[in-house]
Design a protein around this ligand. Structure first.
Ligand SMILES: [Zn+2]
Length: 248
């Protein structure tokens, strides 16, 4: 990862989180000059920030056109879920092989946060936490390449859900996360991989449902909200996982 200015980093995190939480919907325009002005940085830095998000599949930026939040086609959406299912199975199997006692409590704590967000009907946080469950689990696999690939796929699934899913449907059924944790604790590789495959399959079915929503909104208002939160809490996703070294 390249080193970027603090402002560009906040802009990156704010945009990324706003896209994942569906505050910025697929197709929403992201003008460089407006983003640059909003975060007090040059258009060049704004363009670099958008390029970073494009590399993660979250933004569509082309020369001489205003960048937009990416709009994956149905075919891309199916491809993304296909790869995600394969990698999630692998993440579950590796996590069981490298299981540590503290993992169960860390995942259960996460599920409690998901339930709390659901109870207060905080859809945006529910969507983000649902994705983060999968990213935490991928981190526990001990494979950084797998973790990075899954983080990108999970973010792109959030876009797909915004584009094709029911309005305000959060990504995951939380009780299914609990069932997966129970199978992980038992070190039941066959059971856990089956549960994960079914779970991601049901997310996919919910995600590929409806018509695309409108992407009209007030970009500055959304960016202000996210930048404030991120500056206040420096809310980068942190993973409660120690480093693992492979012995081979
Ligand atoms: Zn899930």
């Amino acid at each position: 990862m390249s080193k970027s200015s603090p402002r560009a980093e906040i802009a990156y995190q704010a945009l990324r989180q706003a896209i994942i939480e569906q505050a910025l919907l697929p197709g929403a325009k992201l003008p460089e000059d407006q983003i640059g002005a909003h975060f007090g940085m040059s258009r060049t830095l704004a363009r670099a920030t958008l390029a970073r998000l494009q590399a993660e599949g979250l933004v569509d930026a082309r020369p001489k056109r205003t960048a937009t939040v990416a709009q994956p086609t149905l075919e891309e959406a199916r491809d993304i879920f296909e790869v995600r299912k394969a990698l999630e199975r692998e993440a579950v199997a590796l996590t069981i092989k490298r299981w540590r006692p503290e993992y169960g409590a860390a995942l259960e704590g996460h599920v409690r946060e998901e339930n709390a967000a659901k109870a207060r009907r905080d859809d945006r946080v529910s969507i983000r936490l649902a994705g983060e469950f999968h990213i935490k689990l991928a981190a526990m696999s001990g494979n950084k390449v797998l973790q990075r690939a899954l983080a990108e796929l999970v973010s792109r699934c959030s876009l797909i859900l915004a584009l094709y899913g029911r309005p305000h449907s959060s990504e995951c059924a939380v009780n299914e996360h609990s069932q997966i944790i129970a199978a992980l604790r038992k070190k039941d590789i066959a059971g856990a991989t089956r549960l994960m495959e079914e779970h991601v399959g049901s997310v996919e079915r919910r995600a590929l449902l409806a018509d695309a929503p409108s992407a009209d909104l007030d970009l500055d208002a959304v960016l202000s909200r996210y930048a404030r939160t991120i500056e206040a809490s420096n809310a980068a996703i942190s993973l409660p996982v120690g480093r693992r070294k492979r012995s081979s």
